[in-house]
Ligand binder design. Structure first.
Ligand SMILES: C[S@@+](CC[C@H](N)C(=O)[O-])C[C@H]1O[C@@H](n2cnc3c(N)ncnc32)[C@H](O)[C@@H]1O
Length: 214
């Protein structure tokens, strides 16, 4: 019923998150979205932006995915439904409220192919030393990428966790211009034998970075 009504007017439910403030779950035109006060977190434009990046990756060669920033899990849906990627995904999010919403509002289920870990992504990268064929970095608090995720120690851990032909997809910014810190990350990836493409204004908003091992 909510889905049907949403074609006539949006229906919104608000939830408090200790990390992201007020989160909104909105039914709009038959689709449920997850938004923070000023940004779309999951489903909607965020999902289209990550899909733009995934279209440039040969997912047939990918056997393991690390997703930093689960949100409502829209990229999990994209990987499975649009790209038929049915192998393992390890998803990390700091926010138990967001993980709860992913499970209870967006029907994400943990199984042999999907492991969900509630942890700070920075600490996760320091402690866990597995390697992945595809690493998706999609870490935002509202409109901002937390500073730690634009620091080179974090990107060193990401490069170490990437298999030799691995791919890194970084949803890097909502800003119109690239910050010095982001430019440093791009140079770091290029200098670590990664072929790095920078896509600006994806979906008219985000900067997306795609790095492939050479
Ligand atoms: C844009 S949403 C992710 C959307 C998700 N990739 C999708 O496909 O639906 C950004 C997420 O980053 C998470 N986040 C922010 N800081 C984090 C941190 N330090 N460690 C782990 N997750 C964090 C937020 O809780 C939020 O769920």
């Amino acid at each position: 019923m909510a889905k049907l009504l949403s074609y006539f007017y949006p229906l919104t439910k608000k939830v408090h998150s200790d990390y992201s403030g007020t989160l909104e779950i909105t039914w709009y035109n038959g689709i449920k979205h997850l938004d923070s006060a000023n940004a779309n977190y999951s489903y909607g434009s965020l999902q289209r932006i990550l899909k733009f990046g995934l279209e440039k990756i040969n997912l047939k060669q990918v056997n393991s995915v690390l997703l930093l920033g689960l949100g409502g899990g829209s990229v999990v849906e994209t990987l499975r439904n649009d790209f038929s990627y049915l192998k393992t995904i390890t998803a990390v999010d700091i926010d138990p409220t967001v993980i709860d919403l992913a499970k209870n509002e967006f029907n994400l289920k943990e199984d042999d192919q999907l492991q969900i870990i509630c942890e700070d992504a920075f600490l996760f990268m320091q402690v866990h030393k597995n390697q992945y064929d595809l690493i998706i970095v999609d870490l935002f608090i509202d409109t901002e990428v937390p500073k730690a995720f634009l620091s080179l120690p974090f990107w060193k851990q990401i490069v170490d966790a990437s298999t030799s032909n691995g791919v890194i997809l970084f949803n890097a910014s909502l800003e119109k211009t690239k910050s010095n810190a982001l430019n440093e990350v791009i140079e770091f990836l290029k200098s670590h034998k990664y072929h790095t493409d920078v896509f600006e204004k994806v979906n008219n908003t985000n900067t997306l970075i795609l790095s492939k091992g050479l």
